[in-house]
Write a protein that binds this ligand. Structure first.
Ligand SMILES: CC(=O)SCCNC(=O)CCNC(=O)[C@H](O)C(C)(C)COP(=O)(O)OP(=O)(O)OC[C@H]1O[C@@H](n2cnc3c(N)ncnc32)[C@H](O)[C@@H]1OP(=O)(O)O
Ligand SMILES: CC(=O)C(=O)O
Length: 530
C-alpha cells in the first residue's frame, strides 16, 4: 500500500457547504461510510467550537468503531498572547479523545497582521506552543497552513518559516491550503516542489475548487512531492467546494496505479457517494466524475455503435472499478446500436442479427425519433422507453385497466389554499369504478383518484409514491398553444422510475405520464392483468 495519507474532511470542511446541515447522528453514519470506503483519516469536526461537534466526539468514543480510519479533531492554534495549555479551544481538542489533532495555522503574513492582529513572531510562537503542547499530551499533530499559497506569493520566506515552525515542533504533516481556491496546477506544482525541497517536512495538500481545479491542483501537488491529500466526498465544502476525494483516489489508483485503498473498497465508491448524499440531503450531482449517474451514460448513436464492439472505445475506465454502471440513453441521437444495447440493458435481446430483430430495432428507432420530434425525451424517461419497447415488441402492453374518462376541478374558497378534486372512471378486474380523489394540485388529485380506483384490483399500487413532477413548456413562441412536456418520477420505496407525457394540455400530459407510471409499476411488480 502507498504511504500517501487519504484524509477526509467531509464532516468538517464539507459541512461548511451552504445548505448542508448534519446532525450528530448523521455525522456518525457518514463516518462509518467513510471508514468502509477505506480513507485513512476522518476529520470529525471542531470540538469546542460548537456543542454538536463536541457531542460528536463524545459519542464517537463509545459508539463509533472504525476499522480502517483514524478520527482527527480539527481546531486552531492558541489565541495570540495566551498559552496553549490554558486555551479553552486547545483543551477541547484534548478532551475530544481524538488521537490525531489537525490545527489550522496562519502562514500568510498579511493574515497574521490583519486577521489575527498580532505579530509575525507571535504567530510562529502560537504554532510552536500549540504543536509542542499537543505532542506532549501524546497526540499526533497535523497542521493546516491556511492561505499558504497566497502567503508564499507575497512572502515566501515567512510561509516557509511557518511550515518549519510546525514541523520542527513535532507536526507530522503540514498541509498546504489553497484556502481561497484561486490556484492553478502549474503554480501549485512549483510551490509544493519548492516547499518539499526547502523544508524536508512531510507536506500535505488541501484544495478548494474556486477555479474548478481542486482535483487537478491536488494531483499536481502529489506529483510534486505531497504525501498527504485532503478532500471531501462529493466535493462538498465552503463556496464551490473542496477537492473531491473520490475523484482524486480513483485517479491515483486507476490511472497512476498507486495502491491507496483496497480495490474492493474503491468498487463501493458509487454506492457510498450516493448513500452519503442521502444523509446530507444534497441531490447527487449526476455529472460527477466516476460516481455520477451520467459518468458512464452514452447518448450518441456513434458512441453506442462502437461500444457494442468494445466499451473501452468510448470509456476512459471500467465503471465497475468504482462500482458504477454503463448506461445507454435513448433519444433522437440514437442509432440502431443504441436501441440494441438499451434493450439488452432492459433484458430484451434484439441483437441476434436476424432480419426480424433488425426490423424490430428499426421500428423502435423510428418511433423514438418521431416522438422526440414531437417533444418526448426518452433519455430522461427510462420507464416510458421500456413501455415503448414492449409495445413495439408485443404489439401492445398488458391490459391492466381501461380508462373511460377523467376530470379535475380546482377551486379556491376565501382565504383557504386552492384545492383540487379529480374524478376518474376506470374498469379493472371486471369492475367499473368511479372514484374521486383530492389533492393540493390537479395532478396530485388525479394521482390519488387513479390509484384509489385501482386499489382493489391492484393492491400493489399502495406502495407507489409520486416523488417528483417536472413541467417544461416547449416551443414557447406559441404562448398558450405551446406543447407541454411532463416528467413524473415514481418510487416503490426501493426503486424510482421516470415516465413522460406530452400534450397541448398540461393535465393531459400529466395524465399520460401518470398512466405510464402506474403501468410500469405493475409490470415491475410482476403483476398479471386481473
Ligand atoms: C479556513 C477554514 O475553513 S478554518 C475553519 C473555519 N471554521 C469555522 O470557523 C467554524 C467554527 N468556528 C466557530 O465556531 C467560531 O468561529 C470559533 C468558536 C472558532 C471562534 O468564535 P469566536 O471566539 O466568537 O471568534 P470569531 O469567530 O469572531 O473570530 C475568530 C477568532 O479566532 C482567531 N483566529 C483565526 N484563525 C486563528 C488561528 N489559526 N489561530 C488562532 N486564532 C485564530 C481570530 O483572530 C479571531 O480572534 P479574536 O476573537 O481575537 O478576534
Ligand atoms: C483549513 C482549511 O480548511 C483551509 O484553509 O481551507
Amino acid at each position: 500500500m502507498s504511504d500517501l495519507h487519504v484524509y477526509d474532511t467531509t464532516l468538517r470542511d464539507g459541512a461548511q457547504q451552504e445548505g448542508l446541515n448534519l446532525s450528530v447522528t448523521d455525522k456518525l453514519a457518514i463516518a462509518l461510510h467513510l471508514d468502509e470506503l477505506g480513507v485513512g483519516f476522518i476529520e470529525g469536526g471542531w470540538p469546542g467550537a460548537n456543542p454538536k461537534d463536541t457531542e460528536f466526539f463524545r459519542r464517537a468514543q463509545s459508539e463509533l468503531t472504525l476499522r480502517n480510519a483514524t478520527l482527527a479533531a480539527f481546531g486552531a492554534t492558541r489565541r495570540a498572547g495566551g498559552r496553549a495549555d490554558s486555551d479553552p479551544l486547545v483543551r477541547a481538542l484534548l478532551d475530544s479523545g481524538a488521537s490525531v489533532v489537525t490545527l489550522v495555522a496562519k502562514s500568510h503574513g498579511g493574515h497574521v497582521e490583519r486577521a489575527l492582529r498580532t505579530t509575525l513572531a507571535e504567530n510562529l510562537e502560537m504554532i510552536r506552543d500549540t504543536v509542542t503542547f499537543l505532542r506532549g499530551e501524546g497526540r499526533r499533530v497535523f497542521v493546516d497552513a491556511e492561505h499558504f499559497f497566497d502567503g508564499y506569493r507575497t512572502d515566501r520566506a515567512y510561509a516557509l518559516e511557518a511550515v518549519r515552525a510546525a514541523a520542527e515542533s513535532g507536526a507530522e504533516v503540514v498541509a498546504l491550503c489553497d484556502t481561497n481556491g484561486g490556484m492553478l496546477p502549474n503554480e501549485i506544482a512549483d510551490m509544493v516542489g519548492d516547499v518539499v525541497g526547502a523544508t524536508g517536512a512531510r507536506i500535505g495538500i488541501h484544495c478548494h475548487n474556486d477555479t474548478g481545479c481542486a482535483v487537478a491542483n491536488s494531483m499536481a501537488a502529489i506529483d510534486a512531492g505531497a504525501t498527504h491529500v485532503q478532500g471531501t466526498i462529493n466535493g462538498y465544502g465552503e463556496r464551490t467546494g473542496n477537492a473531491n476525494l473520490v475523484t482524486i483516489v480513483a485517479n491515483l489508483q486507476i490511472k497512476q496505479k498507486r495502491d491507496l485503498i483496497e480495490p474492493h473498497r474503491l468498487a463501493e465508491a458509487t454506492r457510498i457517494s450516493h448513500a452519503i448524499s442521502e444523509i446530507t440531503n444534497v441531490a447527487p450531482y449526476s455529472r460527477q466524475p466516476y460516481t455520477g449517474s451520467s459518468a458512464f451514460a452514452h447518448k450518441a448513436g456513434l458512441h453506442a455503435s462502437a461500444i457494442k464492439v468494445d466499451p473501452d472505445l468510448y470509456q476512459h475506465t471500467d465503471p465497475k472499478a468504482v462500482g458504477n454502471d454503463m448506461r445507454m440513453l435513448v433519444s433522437d441521437m440514437a442509432g440502431r446500436a443504441s436501441i440494441e444495447l438499451k434493450s439488452r440493458e432492459l433484458g430484451f435481446d434484439l441483437d441476434s442479427g436476424s432480419e426480424e430483430d433488425k426490423a424490430k430495432v428499426a421500428r423502435v428507432l423510428a418511433t423514438v425519433k418521431d416522438l422526440e420530434l414531437r417533444g418526448y425525451t426518452f433519455d430522461a424517461a427510462d420507464a416510458s422507453f421500456e413501455l415503448l419497447l414492449r409495445r413495439e415488441l408485443d404489439g401492445k402492453l398488458p391490459d391492466f385497466f381501461d380508462v373511460e374518462s377523467w376530470r379535475v376541478i380546482t377551486d379556491s374558497r376565501g382565504e383557504q389554499d386552492a384545492l383540487s378534486e379529480a374524478t376518474v372512471k376506470v374498469s379493472a378486474a371486471g369492475k367499473r369504478v368511479v372514484q374521486t380523489g383530492e389533492g393540493n394540485g390537479p395532478v396530485n388529485a388525479l394521482d390519488h383518484a387513479l390509484r384509489q380506483a385501482l386499489a382493489s384490483a391492484y393492491p400493489e399500487l399502495a406502495d407507489l409514491e409520486l416523488v417528483d413532477y417536472k413541467v417544461r413548456i416547449l416551443d414557447t413562441e406559441h404562448g398558450t398553444d405551446a406543447i407541454t412536456r411532463v416528467l413524473i418520477e415514481t418510487s416503490d420505496g426501493s426503486t424510482t422510475w421516470s415516465t413522460i407525457g406530452v400534450a397541448a394540455n398540461i393535465l393531459e400530459a400529466s395524465w399520460d405520464a401518470l398512466l405510464e407510471s402506474v403501468t410500469y409499476g405493475l409490470i415491475r411488480a410482476g403483476v398479471a392483468p386481473r
